[in-house]
Design a protein around this ligand. Structure first.
Ligand code: FER
Length: 243
């Protein structure tokens, strides 16, 4: 394991690169956490381990305002995350041991995977959105965010819920994003893993994505919640099955 920082638009992104045993040259998957998440969460570690067991090197990176990366959580936006992810993809392109490049992310990181998949379609052999929260732009246009309601035409200075606070700019940015455009731009294989008991991102969004992508497989994990708690073995198996 190799720990370092990747520069991105004036900040430093915390990253870790893990390679399978005896690995000299081969595939690499970039792996991104979700909203309020980080690279050491159980489900991220499970996915990373399943990839390593499949002979795939893994580059985990933390986005603006998350984990040990710079930036204030409150001020993160999907534009900042897209900019960060593009920096990570650029970094991965410079690694001469990489044969094929993959992109994967959980929840908000899954949305990011779908956006950057469309933006950098030529770079990826496949993309793997995990419980992708790709309804965020749509629900912010409708005036809701993580169970909190607001007037979508008059965005509040900030929204608070439980132990986090988010600037209104998060909403302003999310409202401009049209995920369907990026879905349409990605013709490569898409492999979605989603728990059918997910109460944060309804499983129906996996089915909706399946219908829109050209080449999409959805693996439902029966009874699994948003972070695959108690179902990490099935999540790992789904990842190994793909590779
Ligand atoms: C939301 C629903 C889901 C939201 C974020 C998420 C910020 C993301 C969850 C995750 O990444 O785990 O309304 O608003």
């Amino acid at each position: 394991m190799n720990e370092f920082f990747i520069p991105s638009d004036g900040i430093r992104l915390h990253a870790k690169l893990d390679k399978p045993e005896g690995f000299t040259k081969g595939p690499l998957c970039i792996l991104i956490h979700g909203f309020t998440g980080h690279m050491e969460e159980d489900h991220i570690i499970a996915v990373k381990d399943a990839m390593l067991e499949s002979g795939v090197a893994v580059l985990r990176a933390e986005m603006y305002g998350h984990g040990k990366s710079e930036g204030e959580f409150k001020n993160h936006t999907l534009y900042k995350w897209v900019t960060n992810a593009l920096s990570v993809v650029s970094y991965a392109r410079t690694l001469d041991f990489v044969t094929d490049l993959y992109l994967s992310g959980h929840s908000q990181g899954g949305l990011l995977t779908m956006l950057v998949g469309g933006m950098c379609a030529d770079d990826f052999k496949a993309i793997l959105p995990l419980s992708p929260a790709w309804m965020i732009p749509e629900i912010t246009r409708d005036g809701s965010i993580l169970g909190t309601s607001f007037d979508p035409a008059h965005i509040p200075v900030s929204v608070k819920s439980g132990d986090w606070e988010l600037s209104g700019d998060y909403i302003r940015v999310a409202q401009t994003i049209h995920v369907e455009d990026e879905i349409a731009r990605y013709n490569g294989p898409v492999y979605i893993v989603h728990g059918d008991a997910d109460s944060v991102v309804p499983y129906s969004y996996a089915e909706k994505a399946h219908a829109l992508y050209h080449d999409c497989t959805v693996v439902p994990i029966h009874g699994a919640d948003h972070c695959f708690e108690e179902h990490l073995d099935e999540l790992k198996q789904a990842i190994r099955d793909f590779f």
